[in-house]
Design a protein around this ligand. Structure first.
Ligand code: KIV
Ligand code: ZN
Length: 385
């Protein structure tokens, strides 16, 4: 099985979610949990952004022992100096330098010609090399960059000393076929590409961040960048838990796996949600409250007979104790009987029929029927007979 490296940017791109602001203590707490989860690389922040961010990256660098700790920098000396200041005491430091390469960014944001972009990135990577052994370079908005220019940029980055070239779909514009083709093209055309790692960094503006990351893996990407719960700028980033579970569940298809300790996923998700204040939607894949909850009678009956009828992942895999059968108007008699057994009641058929009719009547009026509601029905029933 090929190993896919996980680059977690919850503390940097994730923190760029509107309304999120993590203090140093919170960043360290999340970083230590990410280490337990087994991520390979942790992007701790953008040291040149503010003295507070520099201090937070420094604190994460001091606390984390087994993962590489990374700081983001624009392709300017001031940012690279700040990143080194923040990371020099890390067990395994790395700098992540980015510069936009797409025609839209070149024209409107940078006001640079292609040659200036190449020269600026080259100079920055060479400058960083005096401090860092590990350098990741990102051509920002790579998804909307001309493919031949992207090949040129990648070749320049390798020659200048980058150890990872990351391909960001900065605005979440790519489809899986297009994004996969970028990796295939780079692999086939860039001299020296086998000497570095290729990475994918996707945003979810069109809801394709995970699909695009998986397409990159199928076309040779070595590393996936993402965040826990998929938080991040605008619609967010690739959700790391989704990539890890897709590789785990469809191992034969991808022939690749992460080194994550999957049982830590639920705990990590809860911690990130608590400290960022970003609530995980109930229907979010893998970590949403409903991801292992079943409501319809047909599904509940199937689950009671054999879990794999309606579950492709067991909740224990990600550190959740068990699936839930939610009692509502779609629930059937089989699940109702099991639920009562769980609550300690075994009813004869006649009594069960009466209780079930009362339950259905209540479920028509109330979205979720709780354990207390069921106990009330049972008590009512006992008084009636
Ligand atoms: O989305 C993006 O382009 C980024 C870069 C800094 C890699 O986050
Ligand atoms: Zn990003």
């Amino acid at each position: 099985m090929r190993k896919i490296y996980i680059f977690d940017t919850t503390l940097r791109d994730g923190e760029q979610s509107p309304g999120v602001n993590l203090n140093t203590r919170e960043k360290v707490e999340i970083a230590l949990q990410l280490e337990k989860l087994g991520v390979d690389r942790i992007e701790a922040g953008f040291p040149a952004a503010s003295p507070g961010d520099l201090a937070a990256v420094q604190a994460v660098a001091g606390a984390v022992k087994s993962a590489t700790v990374i700081g983001l920098a624009r392709a300017v000396e001031r940012d690279i100096d700040a990143a080194w200041e923040a990371l020099k005491d890390a067990a395994d430091p790395c700098i992540h330098i980015f510069l936009a390469t797409s025609p839209i960014h070149r024209k409107h944001k940078l006001k640079m010609e292609k040659e200036q972009v190449l020269a600026t990135a080259d100079k920055a990577i060479r400058y960083a090399k005096q401090f860092f052994d590990k350098i990741e370079f990102s051509p920002e908005d790579a998804g909307r960059t001309e493919l031949d220019f992207l090949c040129e940029v990648t070749e320049m980055a390798i020659k200048a000393g980058a150890t990872v070239v990351n391909i960001p779909d900065t605005v979440g514009y790519m489809t899986p076929a297009e994004f996969g083709n970028i990796f295939k093209t780079l692999k086939e055309n860039v001299p020296g590409i086998e000497t570095i790692q290729l990475s994918a960094h996707c945003h979810d503006d069109l809801g394709m961040a995970t699909a695009n990351a998986l397409a990159a893996i199928l076309n040779g990407a070595d590393q996936i960048e993402g965040t826990i719960n998929g938080i991040g700028e605008r619609a967010g980033n690739t959700a790391i838990e989704e990539v890890a579970l897709a590789l785990e569940t469809r191992a034969a298809l991808f022939g690749a796996k992460t080194g994550l300790h999957l049982k830590e996923i639920a705990r990590t998700s809860r911690l990130v949600s608590k400290l960022t204040g970003m609530v995980v939607p109930g229907n979010k894949a893998i970590v949403g409250a409903n991801a292992f909850a079943h409501e319809s009678g047909i599904h509940q009956d199937g689950m009671l007979k054999e879990k794999t009828t309606y579950e492709i992942i067991s909740p224990e895999t990600i550190g959740i104790k068990e699936s839930k059968l939610v009692m509502g108007k779609h629930s059937g008699r089989h699940a109702f009987r099991e639920k009562l057994l769980d609550l300690g009641y075994e009813l004869a058929d006649d009594a069960l029929n009466v209780a079930f009719a009362k339950f259905k009547d209540l479920a028509d009026r109330k979205k979720n029927v709780t354990d207390d509601d069921l106990l009330a029905i049972l008590e009512e029933k006992l008084v009636d007979t």
